[in-house]
Design a protein around this ligand. Structure first.
Ligand SMILES: Nc1ncnc2c1ncn2[C@@H]1O[C@H](COP(=O)(O)OP(=O)(O)O)[C@@H](O)[C@H]1O
Ligand SMILES: [Mg+2]
Length: 351
C-alpha cells in the first residue's frame, strides 16, 4: 500500500476561486477524510490526487516519488464518484469487470476477480442484473467493487453515500470501513457530514474555503477544535466570547456573565473566543457556586439524554444532560435555570 503526500497543492480557477495550499499526509493503510461544507474544495482536491485535474502548483508524492506527471490510470487509483457513474448499457458483472477487460486480463482471471469482489461486497446475486434493475445502495456497492477491481494502491471516494437514506448509509459506512481495513488500502474519503467522518475515519482534515484548517483524529477534533469554524462544524461547540480578567505566568482567568474560568493558556487579548461542549455545560434549579442565571428555552429528548437550550444575555447555550433530570424540568420552560461550566471542558480557540 502507498503513503500519499499532498504538498502545497494549489488550484486557481479562471474566476479567481482558489483552492489551497493544501498540505496533508496519508499513511499506508490509513483512511483520511476531507470534511468541509459544500464549496470548500473537497472534490477539487480529490480530483487533483486522482489526476483528473492537473497539478499546476505544488506536488503529489506516492511513497516519496512525485506522480504529478502520471495519468489517473498510471497512478493506480480506484475512485467512486458522488453521483453513480455506472455504465448503464452494461450489467453489474460487466461494470465490475470493465477495468480488467480494458487491461486485457485473461477471461478466467476476470471471472475469478469479479466473483471475489462480489463476495466481499455481498452482491453475488446481482451480477447478471442490468444497472436499472438495482437500488441506489446496491449501485454504490457495485461502484466500490468496480473501483477495487484492479487492486488499486489508493482508494478515493467522493461523497459515495450522500444520496442514500440514513440507515443504509450507516450500514455502508460500516461495510466500507470493514473492507478498507481488511484490504489495508490507503483511502481518502470526502464528505460534508460530520457524523459520517467520525464513523469511519482514522484522521480527518477539515477544509474551509479551500484550506485545511485542522487535521486530527475524531477525538482530537472533538476535544480540541482549533477555531470557531471547526468547533461549530464538528458540533462540539457552544462558541462564546469571554473577557480576560487576569493573565499571569501560569495562565489566565476568564469570565463569562459571572462564571469564572481558569485556564492554563496565557491569553494576552482583552476578549477571547472559547468553546464549551454541551455535555460540559451543567444545569441546576438552584443557584450554585460559580454559575450564571439563564432562561430555559426548550427541552428535546434524545437517546439516553436531554438537550436543553438556554438563553443567557441574548445568546443560546446548548446543554446535554442525562434524561433522568427530565421530570424536574416539567413546566420550567421560560423560567430561570442556573448554568455552570466544567473547567476542563473549556477550549480556548485561535482567533
Ligand atoms: N471548474 C471550475 N471552475 C470554476 N470554479 C470551480 C470549478 N470547480 C469548482 N469550482 C469552485 O471551487 C470551489 C470548490 O469546489 P469543490 O471542490 O467542488 O467543493 P466541494 O467538493 O467541497 O463542494 C467552489 O467555490 C466551486 O464553485
Ligand atoms: Mg464535492
Amino acid at each position: 500500500m502507498v503513503r500519499v503526500e499532498l504538498k502545497q497543492l494549489n488550484r486557481e480557477f479562471k474566476d479567481g476561486t482558489r483552492i489551497g495550499p493544501i498540505d496533508l499526509s496519508v499513511e499506508e493503510g490509513e483512511l483520511v477524510t476531507l470534511l468541509g461544507p459544500s464549496g470548500s474544495g473537497k472534490t477539487t482536491t480529490l480530483r487533483m490526487v486522482a489526476g483528473f485535474i492537473p497539478i499546476e502548483e505544488g506536488d503529489l508524492l506516492f511513497d516519496g516519488k512525485s506522480v504529478k506527471g502520471l495519468s489517473p490510470r498510471e497512478r493506480t487509483i480506484g475512485m467512486v464518484f458522488q453521483s453513480i457513474a455506472l455504465f448503464p448499457n452494461m450489467n453489474v458483472f460487466q461494470n465490475i469487470a470493465f477495468a480488467l477487460e480494458m487491461a486485457e486480463k485473461p477471461r478466467g482471471e476476470v471471472i475469478k476477480r469479479v466473483e471475489e469482489l462480489a463476495n466481499l461486497l455481498g452482491i453475488e446475486k446481482l451480477l447478471h442484473r442490468d444497472i436499472h434493475e438495482i437500488s441506489g445502495g446496491e449501485g454504490q456497492r457495485v461502484a466500490l467493487a468496480r473501483a477495487l477491481a484492479r487492486n488499486p494502491k489508493l482508494l478515493l471516494l467522493d461523497e459515495p453515500f450522500s444520496a442514500l437514506d440514513p440507515q443504509l448509509r450507516e450500514r455502508l459506512q460500516y461495510e466500507l470501513r470493514r473492507i478498507q481495513q481488511s484490504l489495508g488500502i490507503t483511502t481518502i474519503f470526502v464528505t460534508h457530514s460530520q457524523q459520517e467522518a467520525f464513523a469511519i475515519s482514522d484522521r480527518i482534515a477539515v477544509l474551509e474555503d479551500g484550506v485545511v484548517v485542522q487535521v486530527g483524529t475524531p477525538n482530537e477534533l472533538y476535544e480540541h477544535p482549533v477555531n470557531d469554524f471547526v468547533a461549530r462544524f464538528i458540533g462540539s461547540g457552544n462558541v462564546i466570547e469571554a473577557s480576560v480578567v487576569e493573565t499571569g505566568e501560569s495562565g489566565s482567568v476568564l469570565q463569562f456573565h459571572g462564571i469564572v474560568i481558569n485556564t492554563e493558556k496565557i491569553v494576552t487579548s482583552e476578549k477571547v473566543l472559547i468553546s464549551i461542549k454541551p455535555e460540559d455545560v451543567e444545569v441546576s434549579l438552584q443557584e450554585t457556586e460559580n454559575c450564571m442565571k439563564g432562561t430555559l428555552v426548550s427541552t428535546t429528548p434524545q437517546v439516553g439524554a436531554l438537550r436543553l437550550m438556554i438563553e443567557i444575555a441574548n445568546q443560546q447555550i446548548l446543554s446535554i444532560v442525562e434524561n433522568g433530570i427530565m421530570d424536574s424540568l416539567d413546566g420550567r420552560i421560560g423560567k430561570e435555570i442556573f448554568v455552570s461550566f466544567k473547567d476542563k471542558g473549556v477550549q480556548i480557540l485561535n482567533q
